[in-house]
Design a binder for this molecule. Structure first.
Ligand SMILES: [Zn+2]
Length: 309
């Protein structure tokens, strides 16, 4: 019965929602983002977007949307869909579903994910760091669960920063890049591999670390692997993370402005020297932070060009 109702809603909505526009770029890189916009003269409710290969039902990324202020008599919801660095090049379907006029409607668009080669790096760990990374203590698992849960929180009212972000350190010397394929060499000659989800900036201990954008501090604490850690929420599902700091200047719940002091560079947690690890997450997916240094998180000029008659 419920299925029949949904089918009926989809059937009716295809008639009453003829004015709906799906706006989304044609392509993105792994580590990039698809900015999805739904525009309608009717109020649009919840938006859910998923990305799947043209020839498969295997979802490779998903995101929820949040409303933007109506303008030019149009209602809008937007979703930021992060493309994981592991997504292979090829053709994909971007499938957007949203509620409208008491029903559920959808729009689909074919998109391309480009090929991108990430760097490889080898990191040798001493005995202490090997033990730290390999140990499987309950506290580590609990810290991992806590951070994951936090990064998947989607607070629809968390609208703090939608323009470009800044690089959190003044003197920029990058030692590891987003998406680097890493091989850790342990002191007992064993190895393991992982993907680097952020950017590492080398710097002397005590160098200031600034918030890359305005937001709410949702974590400021010491963790086993990431040392003194700060996490700032900027938009629903959009978070910046700062690891291995020497000092922390903020507390959970505190609002920060762009450029406000979060702490200083250090070598706490799993490190081979003092540096800042900076990371951006969208709906839990790590993306290349420099995307938002170069382009606003929400492109208001582009949105205006879509809705202006
Ligand atoms: Zn790092």
């Amino acid at each position: 019965m419920r299925n029949l109702f949904i089918v009926l809603c989809l059937f009716l909505s295809s008639f009453v929602c003829a004015d709906v526009i799906l706006d989304c770029p044609d392509s993105a890189d792994p580590g990039g983002v698809f900015r999805v916009l739904i525009v309608s003269e009717d109020p649009v409710g919840e938006l859910y977007v998923q990305l799947l290969p043209e020839d498969s039902e295997q979802i490779v990324a998903r995101a929820y949307g949040f409303p933007l202020a109506p303008a030019e008599g149009k209602y809008m919801v937007t979703a930021l869909l992060g493309v994981p660095s592991t997504v292979e090049e090829g053709r994909y379907i971007l499938d957007a579903r949203y509620s409208i006029n008491g029903g559920i409607d959808f729009r689909k668009q074919g998109v391309t994910v480009h090929k991108k080669d990430f760097k490889s790096e080898q990191i040798s760990l001493n005995g202490a760091m090997s033990t730290l990374r390999q140990s499987d203590e309950p506290e580590k698992r609990e810290e991992s669960r806590e951070l994951t849960e936090l990064l998947y929180q989607f607070n629809i009212d968390a609208i703090y920063h939608d323009s470009e972000i800044i690089v959190p350190v003044e003197e920029v010397r990058i030692t590891s890049f987003y998406g680097d394929r890493r091989t850790f060499r342990y002191s007992d000659v064993r190895t393991s591999s992982s993907i680097h989800n952020g950017i590492d900036f080398a710097g002397v201990r005590g160098t200031e670390v600034h918030a890359c954008g305005a937001g709410r501090v949702v974590m400021a604490k010491e963790r086993i692997l990431t040392g003194l850690t700060a996490v700032v929420e900027h938009l629903p599902g959009v978070y910046s993370l700062y690891f291995h700091m020497d000092t922390l200047s903020v507390e959970p719940g505190q609002m920060v402005a762009t450029g406000e002091l979060l702490g200083t560079i250090g070598s706490t947690g799993l490190v081979t020297g003092p540096h800042l690890h900076w990371e951006m997450r969208i709906s839990g997916i790590p993306v290349d932070p420099y995307i938002f240094v170069e382009e606003a998180i929400i492109d208001k000029d582009h949105i205006l060009s879509i809705i202006t008659p």
